[in-house]
Design a protein around this ligand. Structure first.
Ligand SMILES: Nc1ncnc2c1ncn2[C@@H]1O[C@H](COP(=O)(O)OP(=O)(O)OP(=O)(O)O)[C@@H](O)[C@H]1O
Ligand SMILES: [Mg+2]
Length: 276
């Protein structure tokens, strides 16, 4: 297990109880979507994992070590976190410097740093911005810089907080491919998101939070195909699953993961007339 969250609760100093009795284990190679309404406790839970917050009750183990017994800097070598707001993690005067910060802090040799930075610039389509100030970039570009700067460290667990905000279709596709590649390398990723379509397309485990608790945790169709869960967490199912659910409620069972597949099955199984 890369992360074990054991019956964890967290109350902010203000008295707001954000996480209540959560237990969750993350294995290597898992790609998890963490879903839930605004205020459900998703970001707080992830801050507990990276050691930025310590549990009020219970404990969080990262690679077997309690977060209270190590440092945020050491945890960061295992868990890479890309903040909901990229402004929280952009510090350097240029994009290239930003990407070099992590390796430099880990005392990587200058040659290896250069190599990694070049690879990251190319992989994230940031080459043309290498000398730009990160804060002079657009929101979506800033997010790409923040993501690239975390990935340079090749963290075994990557946590992305709302990664699709401000991203166009191509950037989302790239992000999805990154998740798939990490999974193939047995690295883990947690995607905190309101983007259910994106999650349904690229994640294989779905954890839903509501009111600080875990409401559901499981495979896509079991979690997103359950009207009660969706309603309790105020989630809209992805369009395709929604269609399948609506049809199932009328006794029409249609399989298929792509719209074309479902349309073909509907037409052949239900003998629907095709408009001339
Ligand atoms: N720094 C803070 N001080 C006090 N209360 C906070 C703080 N940050 C969050 N909270 C409260 O904790 C609860 C959970 O917030 P959290 O940010 O974890 O939710 P979230 O699921 O990430 O929401 P969103 O989808 O809007 O990002 C909310 O009630 C919120 O108001
Ligand atoms: Mg949040």
């Amino acid at each position: 297990m890369i992360v074990e969250i054991e019956d964890v609760s967290y109350t902010y100093p203000s008295g707001a109880s954000a996480v209540e009795g959560v237990s969750l284990r993350v294995a290597r190679g898992e790609t998890i979507a963490l879903l839930g309404q605004s205020g459900a406790g998703k970001s707080t839970l992830m801050k507990l994992v990276i050691g930025l917050l310590h549990p009020t009750r219970g404990r969080v183990l990262v690679e077997g070590v309690a977060t209270t017994r190590t440092t945020v800097a050491r945890l960061a070598t295992t868990v890479g976190y890309v903040f909901q707001n990229p402004l929280h993690q952009l510090f350097a005067p240029t994009v290239a410097d930003e990407l070099a910060l992590g390796p430099r802090a880990r005392r990587t040799s200058p040659g290896a740093i250069r190599e990694r930075v070049e690879a990251a610039l190319a992989a994230h389509d940031l080459d043309q911005y290498r000398l730009r100030h990160p804060l002079s970039l657009s929101e979506g570009e800033r997010r790409r810089v923040a993501l690239a700067s975390v990935l340079v460290g090749e963290p075994p667990l990557l946590v992305l907080d709302e990664p699709t905000v401000g991203q166009d279709a191509l950037a989302k596709q790239r992000l999805g491919a990154l998740l798939a590649a990490r999974q193939a390398e047995r690295r883990s990723t947690i995607v905190v998101t309101h983007d259910v379509e994106f999650a349904a397309a690229w994640c294989h485990r779905f954890t839903v939070m509501a009111g600080g608790r875990v409401l559901a945790d499981g495979a896509r169709d079991r979690v997103l195909g359950d009207r009660q869960i969706l309603e309790a967490a105020a989630l809209r199912p992805p369009a395709l699953l929604d269609l399948r659910l609506r049809l199932a409620e009328r006794g029409i069972v249609v399989d298929g993961d792509r719209p074309e597949e479902m349309a073909d099955r509907l037409i052949s199984d239900c003998r629907l007339p095709i408009a001339e």
